[in-house]
Design a protein around this ligand. Structure first.
Ligand code: ATP
Length: 290
């Protein structure tokens, strides 16, 4: 057990170290990060970047080739049912138990969690927040309703950590807003730690305070949102003289009327001379993919 415990001095709830997984045409390469209690982290990446694979590896749904996962400093493996009970998860694929009435799924899940189940909270989400009819069968729910029902289930056993795989994908803007608001409240009012994957930069921009960007199995960025806006900037090309344009072009990326860049790579005199503007998350991803 000597190697299975790491320092408990930080507020870290989850530590992921060097996760690797090889498929025929894909390699998840040394994924590592730490999540702090009560924070919301957006895990962003294009289709096929490795988001679901990472989440499933953390939860032991699939086996990694290499790596370690720690929960509050203790090694997390398949046998740690006690830790699993503290984690809520909503996966990407929701086409299961199609012919079962959702009130029976609710009763089953409530029975599994017993003492940690908060029935008042479940009823509050179902009736007052999400407005779901428990008499419907799974197959009778729209994608948005399914997502809301599954999130209500995941929240009602009061997890300390919530892992969500694309919770807002395929939902209309109003439902997306509702879901994001509920998640934000859980983190800020109940100190829940939330890690959610998405390829919708807007949603991540809205509620995540930290962003981890994965591309082709590798983490290209792990940064607080505030720091992103300080570090990555853009300048309108029209303002630039020839020399400054050449300089910025060599270290940045041209996107429409702007050059996007990392201020750390730019000479001070250019930054002093020209007006820089804040970049949005989707622009930063264009820069990182250069
Ligand atoms: N069981 C598997 N066998 C072989 N390849 C797999 C398997 N599962 C996933 N992959 C591959 O691993 C890569 C990453 O898949 P993953 O589902 O993690 O991506 P993702 O970022 O979640 O994408 P999406 O946003 O489309 O859900 C893809 O190329 C996928 O085809």
């Amino acid at each position: 057990m000597k190697n299975s415990v790491i320092s408990k001095t930080t507020k870290s709830i989850l530590t992921v170290k060097n996760l690797c997984k090889k498929y025929d045409t894909f390699y998840l390469d040394n994924i590592g990060f730490e999540l702090e209690e009560g924070t919301i982290t957006g895990f962003i990446g294009r289709n096929g970047a490795g988001k679901s694979t990472t989440i499933k590896l953390i939860l032991n749904i699939i086996k990694f080739d290499k790596g370690e996962v720690f929960y509050r400093g203790e090694k997390f493996c398949d046998k740690r049912i006690d830790i699993k009970r503290k984690i809520g998860y909503v996966g990407e694929h929701q086409n299961f138990y199609e012919n079962i009435k959702i009130k029976n799924i609710y009763k089953f899940v409530k029975g599994v969690y017993k003492e940690s189940w908060n029935d008042e909270k479940f009823k509050y989400y179902i009736n007052s927040v999400f407005d779901i009819d428990l008499n419907k069968k799974m197959k009778e729910l729209s994608k948005g309703m399914k997502t809301k029902f599954l999130i209500a289930l995941a929240l009602s056993h009061e997890p300390e950590l919530l892992l969500l795989d694309e919770p807002t994908s395929g939902l209309d803007p109003l439902i997306r807003e509702e879901v994001l608001e509920v998640l934000y409240d859980c983190a800020k009012k109940q100190n829940m730690t939330i890690f959610f994957s998405s390829h919708i930069t807007e949603d991540i921009e809205k509620i995540a305070e930290r962003i981890i960007y994965i591309d082709n199995g590798k983490i290209l960025l792990d940064c607080k949102k505030k720091e992103i806006h300080v570090r990555y900037k853009k300048i309108n090309i029209e303002q630039l003289d020839k020399e400054a344009f050449q300089e910025l072009k060599s270290i940045g990326v041209i996107n429409k009327d702007y050059i996007l860049f990392d201020v750390q790579n730019v000479k001070k005199d250019i930054l002093n001379k020209y007006k820089t503007e804040k970049i949005m998350l989707d622009e930063m991803l264009i820069y990182l993919r250069r």
